[in-house]
Ligand binder design. Structure first.
Ligand code: PLP
Length: 378
């Protein structure tokens, strides 16, 4: 019935799972080897083909960021430049290493880190910059790399939003220093939970492989051949951050379907733009969805618009919305009263609104969201 149908919940985001993932998981369950073994090895190889670089799979995107920093030698007393407008995972990954996240402002046209602002916050302890590819866009990534070269900084890209995005026909992760991806339940591809480190730096991959397994040297190779190390040495702090075969089975299946799902995300985002580009009550983030595979679809509301009221109106129509993200410099743990103000972040945050985007949506669902959204705005 039409009236019931139109009441279906349009979720902000969701895990989109087919029979293929269920079969792949059943295969692992039937093999009764659930931990880290050949499936993780296989997923790493597929990712490595995809990026044409070495890949280390771990338990979450947050773990990928933390281990990448640690493997790059960043820790206590070091500072890492990072935009405040990101998921708290980025900040927690930095502080987990003992380093200090230095909250930077965003460029209001890209919502990515403002290099000029970051430059003001450089000290003798600054060791790295962690650009966040907000909504899949990469901002001034060339500027970031030349900035990093000038100041001798490592670049660890938080590419959690940017799986599949390309820049000048090169995939994010296939160039640059280190890129970290997340495969959590709602990201562009998922392994349930999970993440990976992508880099050409052999030292980083070799350390990361050990410290994801409690620092047990060369345990990775053992586990991939169905065995493990009984006599071993540990020389550094490690973590239990490896990926399991169950996760890898889901991830591999999602990766083989990514051609379809990435195009679907791009198609939905393009349709949002088509429907909203003439709407004066909002601003769109200028992203090219031929290159960007969006994880979320964020709009900036004009100042006079009451975000809570819009969210309420959409929620009354069974449409979920989100807010990405509460700035980290507002959080008690990361507040720094002496820091220069982050005026763009402070100004923009209250106006951000995220509309539903996931691959189980159809263009007609985007139409429905836009109809109600435009109604709510005017
Ligand atoms: C999802 C996400 C992460 C963390 O990934 P998890 O896999 O959830 O740990 C980090 N940074 C950003 C920007 C994210 O969206």
């Amino acid at each position: 019935m039409d009236s019931l149908d139109s009441k279906k919940l349009i979720r902000l985001s969701k895990s989109c799972i087919n029979e293929a993932e269920k079969k792949a998981v059943m295969k692992v369950l039937d093999a009764e080897f659930l931990g880290m073994g050949i499936d993780v090895n296989g997923f790493e190889k597929s990712l490595s083909n995809y990026f044409e670089r070495d890949v280390v799979c771990v338990s979450t995107g947050t773990a990928a960021l933390q281990l990448a920093l640690q493997a790059a030698g960043i820790g206590k007393n070091d500072e890492v430049l990072v935009q405040s407008l990101t998921y708290v995972a980025t900040f927690q990954a930095i502080s987990a290493t003992g380093a200090k996240p230095i909250a930077c402002d965003i460029d209001p046209s890209t919502f990515c880190i403002d290099i000029k602002d970051a430059e003001k916050r450089i000290t003798k302890n600054t060791k790295a910059i962690m650009p966040v590819h907000y909504c899949g866009g990469v901002g001034d990534i060339e500027g970031i790399y030349s900035f990093a070269e000038n100041y001798n900084l490592r670049v660890i890209e938080d590419a959690a939003h940017a799986f599949g995005t390309s820049f000048k026909n090169k995939r994010i992760g296939s160039f640059g220093d280190i890129a970290c991806f997340s495969f959590d339940g709602i990201k562009n591809i998922t392994s349930g939970e999970g993440g990976c480190i992508v880099t050409n730096d052999k030292k980083v991959t070799s350390i990361a492989k050990d410290i994801r397994l409690l620092g047990v040297e060369k345990d990775t190779e053992k586990r991939y051949s169905g065995s493990r190390s009984w006599d071993f040495d540990v020389k550094t702090q490690g973590w239990r951050y490896h990926m399991s075969n169950i996760m890898a089975a889901i991830g591999s299946t999602q990766l083989s379907n990514f051609n379809f799902s990435s195009k679907k995300r791009q198609e939905l985002a393009k349709h949002y733009i088509e429907r909203l580009k003439n709407c004066h009550e909002i601003k769109l983030i200028p992203l090219n969805y031929d290159d960007v595979v969006p994880h979320i679809f964020v709009v900036e509301l004009q100042d006079k618009i009451d975000r809570d009221q819009i969210r309420k109106k959409l929620s009354d129509k069974n449409i979920q919305t989100g807010i990405h993200y509460k700035p980290n410099h507002w959080l008690t743990y990361y507040k720094d009263k002496k820091a220069h103000p982050l005026s763009n972040t402070d100004r923009v945050f209250g106006r951000l609104l995220t509309l539903p985007l996931h691959t189980d949506l159809e263009v007609s669902d985007v139409d429905e969201v836009c109809n109600h959204f435009i109604d709510a705005l005017i």
